[in-house]
Design a binder for this molecule. Structure first.
Ligand SMILES: [Zn+2]
Length: 455
């Protein structure tokens, strides 16, 4: 059995892949400049020509060119002027777009980043297939696919790489009544579940109600749950894996092309970058405040800029993701042989808190808390008594204490956690304990914050 999905592309040395990337990058920049007045204007404004990019360092000097708000503006303009929603950064005739999915659009106009020409659709399937293979999905698997609104929204496009890999996808959509899904799963016997963590949680409860058996009776051994936090919270992950009797893997497809997925290592080691030939994002980090390029070395933290390679319809160039990532350049224990780095997604830039001049991400707080397992369960909330990002110390953290911990042990445990927060992040904090399972459910809302201030 092959080790990676695409041995020809994924097993190149860093040196070899860098050559391919630079070639593709120059071609992509030239293409965008020639095909879209949006990009031509952008490049002209900062005074660079695609031919100027001769080396990696030349490229890194280019400032960010676009963000989500600007993408929306670009879409509004193309809708007004050219009667299509894909944006002024579209580089092909609009009729070449054969598939489009939007990303919810909870605030403002939905974005049409997931719009593909046939070429881009093949590219999407290829990149995602590598992620799924890394997560242990193989031909002959049967995947129960239950994402919400899987028809028109971005969640739905995650299923097409399965067919591309030759894998049966049993697509029901999370809107189907859960009893029907249970019935269907009993007949079709999937061994993989792809859904959000909250769907999986509901399924664990619904299955015994309908069948009298535990959910493990179906035989689902692989869980690919995504779209909400959860996998990195050990208590939630453990409960999910025990209930199904399978392993949970994580993946992330940032803005339709930051292809990355978790491996089969025992410990959760973050996400492997698997498609260096298709996009640049991990290696193009900027400082969170100054927006200047920062050196990408082990442990570096920055905001990722996304640049498409080999994209025909809607290439993104130096696109500010708004996601803060930490990069790990040392090899993973799983032995993944590709040249890509690993990343940890620290959250949205907008999630950052400032406590007396120290900046901290909710995920960093969670990491401190989870280092105290089993004395705590790992579930936690940051209690906000005032609107973020500026917090008057101490930072209030609600923490579930672990099974078997006696109430008289809690003050000492709180003191240890608070000391650790101060030591690692220079943040004064105040821990409040709640019973185990009091915070433990996965919900559709991000479980990081509890807002306790008048809105
Ligand atoms: Zn690994």
């Amino acid at each position: 059995m092959k080790q990676v999905w695409n041995e020809k592309r994924e097993l190149l040395s860093r040196e070899e892949i860098e050559k391919i990337r630079l070639r593709r990058l120059r071609k992509q920049l030239k293409y965008c400049y020639g095909r879209s007045e949006f990009y031509k204007q952008k490049f002209d404004d900062i005074g660079f020509q695609p031919e100027d990019i001769k080396t990696w360092a030349d490229f890194r000097k280019i400032p960010p060119l676009m963000d989500k708000e600007e993408e929306r503006q670009s879409q509004k303009e193309s809708l007004e002027r050219f009667n299509h929603p894909f944006g002024m950064h579209l580089c092909c005739p609009p009729e070449k777009i054969i598939i489009t999915k939007t990303t919810g659009g909870t605030t403002g106009m939905p974005t049409f980043t997931y719009s593909f020409t046939q070429h881009d659709f093949d590219r999407w399937n290829e990149g995602t297939a590598r992620v799924f293979w890394l997560a242990g999905i193989r031909p002959a698997d049967r995947v129960l696919f239950c994402f919400p609104l899987s028809g028109g929204w971005a969640g739905g496009i995650v299923k097409t790489p399965l067919q591309y890999m030759g894998i049966l996808c049993l697509d029901l959509g999370a809107e189907t009544p859960v009893e029907k899904i249970v019935e269907y799963a009993n007949i079709t016997r999937p061994n993989v579940l792809m859904s959000t963590p909250s769907f999986a949680e509901g399924f664990i409860e619904a299955y015994p109600r309908s069948t009298g058996k535990p959910v493990s009776a179906i035989g689902i051994k692989k869980l690919l749950l995504s779209g909400e936090p959860g996998v990195a919270i050990p208590s939630i992950r453990k409960r999910m894996e025990e209930a199904f009797g399978g392993k949970w893997n994580d993946y992330l497809m940032i803005n339709s092309e930051g292809f990355s997925g978790s491996c089969l290592a025992e410990e959760y080691n973050g996400l492997h970058e698997v498609a260096l030939d298709l996009s640049i994002w991990v290696e193009d980090l900027i400082d969170l405040d100054t927006h200047q390029p920062i050196e990408v070395k082990n442990g570096a933290i920055g905001e990722g800029l996304l640049t498409s390679l080999d994209r025909e319809g809607l290439p993104l160039i130096k696109y500010r993701l708004g996601d803060v990532i930490q990069v790990f350049t040392h090899p993973c224990e799983c032995g993944y042989p590709g040249p890509g780095y690993r990343i940890k997604h620290l959250g949205r830039l907008s999630d950052r808190l400032f406590v007396e001049g120290a900046s901290v991400f909710p995920i960093a707080v969670r990491d401190v808390i989870t280092s105290f397992i089993p004395r705590v369960t790992g579930a936690m909330r940051i209690v906000l008594t005032e609107p973020p990002p500026n917090i008057t110390p101490p930072l209030k953290i609600k923490v579930e204490y672990g099974v078997g911990i006696q109430p008289n042990q809690l003050p000492e445990l709180a003191r240890e956690i608070e000391e650790q927060m101060l030591k690692v992040y220079r943040v004064r904090s105040k821990v409040e304990f709640v019973l185990h399972e009091a915070l433990g459910r996965v919900t559709k809302k991000t479980p990081m914050f509890e807002e306790c201030y008048p809105s």
